[in-house]
Design a protein around this ligand. Structure first.
Ligand SMILES: Cc1cc2nc3c(=O)[nH]c(=O)nc-3n(C[C@H](O)[C@H](O)[C@H](O)COP(=O)(O)OP(=O)(O)OC[C@H]3O[C@@H](n4cnc5c(N)ncnc54)[C@H](O)[C@@H]3O)c2cc1C
Length: 306
C-alpha cells in the first residue's frame, strides 16, 4: 500500500522548489540546530502566496527564515515548513534618481546597505556589518544607534492571513529591534525612500561605514554567533551588565560567552542549542540577581525547544 504524507501532497501542489530533511545549521550564522521537515523557496509573490495557502489548507506550521543571523534553531529542528525567499524576491531596484529603492525581502541586507551608502543615504552607514536578509532586517528593525532600516521604510508588502497586502510605514510599528508585523506574516518586499539622498555625500557616508566596520572588528568576536543575544535594556548595555557578573569566558559544551563581548555567545565548535540556552539563561539569572534588570532575548528561538 502506498501512503501519501503531507510532504508529498504539499510538493505536488506548490510551484516553489521544495527540499526535504534539510539541515538548518548551515543556513544560520550560529551553525547550530537540527533539520527542517521541508524547506520551501518561493521565487515570486504568486508562488509565496500559494506556498502559504497550501500549508494552511494542510494545517502544516510555517516558520520564516531569512539569513539565519538572528535565530537559534532547536537541536531537534523545525517541524513543518521552513520558508525562505529567493529569485525575484531578492532583487534591489533603484529608481526616482536614487531617492527610492524597491527591494525584495530575500535580498542580502549587506547588499542593500552598500547600495544605499553609494546613493548617499545618510544613516545607512548605521546598518553596516549587519548580516542577513532585508526581510529579517525589517522584522528586527536592524541597525544601530547610527541608523535603523525602519527610518527609511515607505511601505512593506507582506502576506497576512493568506493575502498579499501593503502596510504603510505607520503600520509597521518600528521600535528598537522590534516591529509590529502580525505574527506569522511573510514579508515579501519593501519600498524604501530617502528624499535627502545626495550622491555628493556618498563618499562621506561610505567612509563612516568603513570606520563603523573597523570598530566592529575590534569590539566583536569572529567566531560563529547570532550577534547580540539580548537587547540592551533602556539606557543600559546588556554586554556591560553580563560582563559585571564575571561570566565572560563561561563555557557550556561548545558555547562560550565571548571574552571579547559579553553579549555574544559564540559557537567554538559543536555547540548545541541547549548549550546556548543554558548559558544565556545563566547570564539572565545572574544579571537579574545582581541588578534586578530583566534581559530580553534579541535572538529568536525557532523549532522544537523543550
Ligand atoms: C555578527 C553579527 C552581527 C550583527 N550585528 C547586528 C547589528 O549591528 N544590528 C542589528 O540590528 N542586528 C545585528 N545582528 C543580528 C541580525 O543580523 C539582524 O537581526 C538581521 O536583520 C536578521 O536578518 P536575517 O535575515 O538573518 O533574519 P533571521 O535570523 O533569518 O530571522 C529573524 C526573524 O525574522 C523573521 N523573518 C526572517 N525573514 C522574514 C520574512 N521574509 N518575513 C517575515 N519574517 C521573517 C524570522 O522568522 C525570525 O523571527 C548581527 C548578527 C550577527 C551574526
Amino acid at each position: 500500500m502506498v501512503t501519501t504524507t503531507w510532504r508529498d501532497e504539499y510538493q505536488a501542489r506548490v510551484k516553489a522548489p521544495c527540499r526535504a530533511d534539510v539541515p538548518l545549521a548551515p543556513l544560520t550564522t550560529f551553525r547550530i540546530g537540527g533539520a527542517a521537515d521541508l524547506v520551501v523557496e518561493p521565487r515570486s509573490e504568486a508562488d509565496a502566496v500559494e506556498a502559504v495557502a497550501v500549508a494552511a489548507e494542510l494545517a502544516v506550521p510555517v516558520t520564516l527564515l531569512g539569513g539565519g543571523s538572528n535565530v537559534l534553531v532547536a537541536d531537534r529542528g523545525v517541524r513543518g515548513i521552513v520558508l525562505r525567499l529567493a529569485g525575484r524576491l531578492s532583487q534591489v531596484l533603484v529608481t526616482d534618481d536614487g531617492r527610492r529603492v524597491d527591494v525584495g525581502a530575500g535580498a542580502p541586507f549587506p547588499r542593500l546597505t552598500k547600495v544605499c551608502m553609494a546613493l548617499g543615504w545618510e544613516r545607512s552607514d548605521g546598518w553596516v556589518g549587519t548580516p542577513g536578509t532585508v526581510g529579517g532586517a525589517l522584522v528586527m528593525n536592524a541597525g544601530s544607534r547610527e541608523g535603523e532600516i525602519g527610518e527609511v521604510v515607505e511601505s512593506v508588502r507582506l502576506i497576512v492571513d493568506g493575502h498579499a497586502t501593503t502596510f504603510i510605514r505607520a503600520q509597521c510599528g518600528f521600535e528598537y529591534r522590534k516591529s509590529a508585523f502580525p505574527r506569522g506574516a511573510l514579508i515579501l518586499s519593501a519600498v524604501l525612500r530617502c528624499d535627502s539622498a545626495d550622491p555628493a555625500r556618498a563618499a562621506y557616508v561610505e567612509e563612516r561605514g568603513h570606520q563603523a566596520l573597523l570598530r566592529r572588528k575590534r569590539s566583536q568576536p569572529r567566531e560563529h554567533s547570532a550577534g547580540s543575544i539580548f537587547k540592551n535594556p533602556p539606557g543600559g548595555s546588556a554586554g556591560k551588565l553580563i560582563e559585571e557578573t564575571g561570566l565572560k569566558g563561561a563555557r557550556q559544551g561548545g558555547a562560550v560567552i565571548s571574552p571579547v563581548h559579553a553579549n555574544f555567545i559564540v559557537n567554538t565548535g559543536g555547540a548545541t542549542a541547549a548549550d546556548v540556552v543554558a548559558l544565556a539563561e545563566l547570564a539572565r539569572t545572574r544579571v537579574r540577581e545582581r541588578t534586578s534588570v530583566e534581559l530580553e532575548w534579541e535572538v529568536r528561538r525557532i523549532g522544537e525547544f523543550q
